[in-house]
Design a protein around this ligand. Structure first.
Ligand code: SAM
Length: 360
């Protein structure tokens, strides 16, 4: 049996990621492996580890014999063996877990068993209180349409998550949140620490598409790192929770400004021009298109850093890098370092790219 060995404090993040891809062998338990944790891999896991997992070891280990006790085993008892076997190819094998919520896609063949699937998931996941059927992304804000199929309606869609040691609230029925980006957010923290060392002062940070604020949480938690945070999101239902998250976690009394604007208009306020040391841009389908209206927010007179994420055609990596270089030079920024690299595949032809630009 193959196991992926991850740092123990990141176990939940990688477990959720593997489960969402159908790559975790869910009939087996996670094992202690040295100072890390070994997560059992299903036979759907590719022979060559995907790029975002390549930093971890994959080991061969004898699996302990454990009786299958996952939700499918429970579902089989619930719907009866005959029905279970009849729909064998359609039962969902994977799902996303966000705090107390489970989000699952159902093939139309098994939608009539939504209640039984939800009850089985609830009985096998002690932490879960609500099960939502994922009906896909809709509208300008690209929010998932989620249909409650198990658990109490009164609880709504809000749930507390813990990521990189910080607790905050998200509501996937109102806005975007993905636990899969947790390691990107740790990298943002590392980048911010380096920038602070270079500038020898606390940072002024802008997250122009902040969502519920997951990227800002590890930054405000770090002692002595941040001078001020400007967090913006166009979705008012999201900014209400964003505000709560920032205030709850603001142990250092950092200056907070939270707005609900189209990020492309932030530059029209004089006080924002050239004000920020670190700018975060995460609107993956439109990042490249929006960048020209945003980079003027970066400080011109000292080193400043852009961290952005974008979904692009995998053949366009070099072209996008040149486009970003040209954009910075046209705005009179000199570039000391630029990274434009695929962090993971998004679709057969597209990659999810991380962008990091250091000026001066
Ligand atoms: C992909 S999410 C990223 C959220 C968060 N930064 C994260 O990493 O989870 C993009 C966010 O941008 C917001 N948004 C969409 N268009 C926007 C715009 N024109 N200006 C500001 N925010 C926008 C959406 O409401 C959403 O919360």
């Amino acid at each position: 049996m193959r196991y992926l060995v991850v740092p123990s404090q990141e176990t939940e993040t990688w477990k959720e990621y593997l489960v969402s891809k159908g790559w975790m062998e869910r009939t087996l338990s996670i094992e202690i492996e040295g100072s890390g944790r070994a997560i059992p891999l299903s036979n759907l896991f590719p022979n060559k580890a995907p790029i975002d997992l390549s930093k971890f070891d994959i080991i061969e280990k004898n699996a302990p014999i454990i009786s299958p006790n996952d939700y499918l085993g429970f579902l089989k008892i619930k719907v009866g063996e005959k029905t279970y076997n009849e729909f064998e190819n359609f039962w969902p094998q994977s799902f996303d877990q966000i705090g107390e919520l489970i989000i699952i896609k159902l093939e139309k063949e098994v939608e009539i068993f939504a209640k039984e699937i939800a009850q089985s998931l609830l009985s096998q996941n002690k932490k879960a209180t609500r099960i939502f059927q994922d009906l896909g992304v809709h509208g300008n804000f690209r929010i998932r349409k989620l249909n409650l199929i198990g658990g109490s309606e009164k609880l709504g869609g809000e749930t507390k998550v813990r990521e990189n040691g910080v607790e905050f609230f998200v509501d996937p029925t109102k806005g975007y949140y993905s636990p899969r980006l947790a390691t990107e957010r740790l990298e943002t923290l590392e980048c911010a620490v380096l920038l602070k060392e270079k500038l020898k002062r606390k940072l002024k940070i802008c997250d122009a598409y902040a969502g519920f604020g997951p990227a800002l949480m590890p930054l405000i938690k770090k002692n002595g790192l941040v001078d001020s945070i400007f967090a913006n999101d166009l979705n008012p239902e999201v900014t209400t929770i964003l505000q709560k998250n920032l205030i709850d976690n603001n142990k250092e009394n950092i200056n907070l400004r939270i707005t609900c604007e189209d990020a492309r208009k932030l530059i029209s306020l004089n006080e924002n021009i050239g004000f920020f040391d670190l700018l975060l841009v995460n609107l993956p389908h439109s990042t490249i298109e929006h960048l020209p209206t945003l980079i003027g927010l970066l400080n011109h007179s000292e080193t400043s850093v852009l961290r952005a994420w974008s979904i692009i055609d995998s053949k366009r990596l070099d072209e996008v890098k040149t486009q970003i270089e040209l954009l910075f030079t046209s705005e009179n920024f000199s570039i000391s370092k630029i990274i434009v690299e695929a962090a993971r595949t998004y679709s057969p032809t597209q990659v999810y790219v991380k962008i990091e630009v250091w000026t001066n």
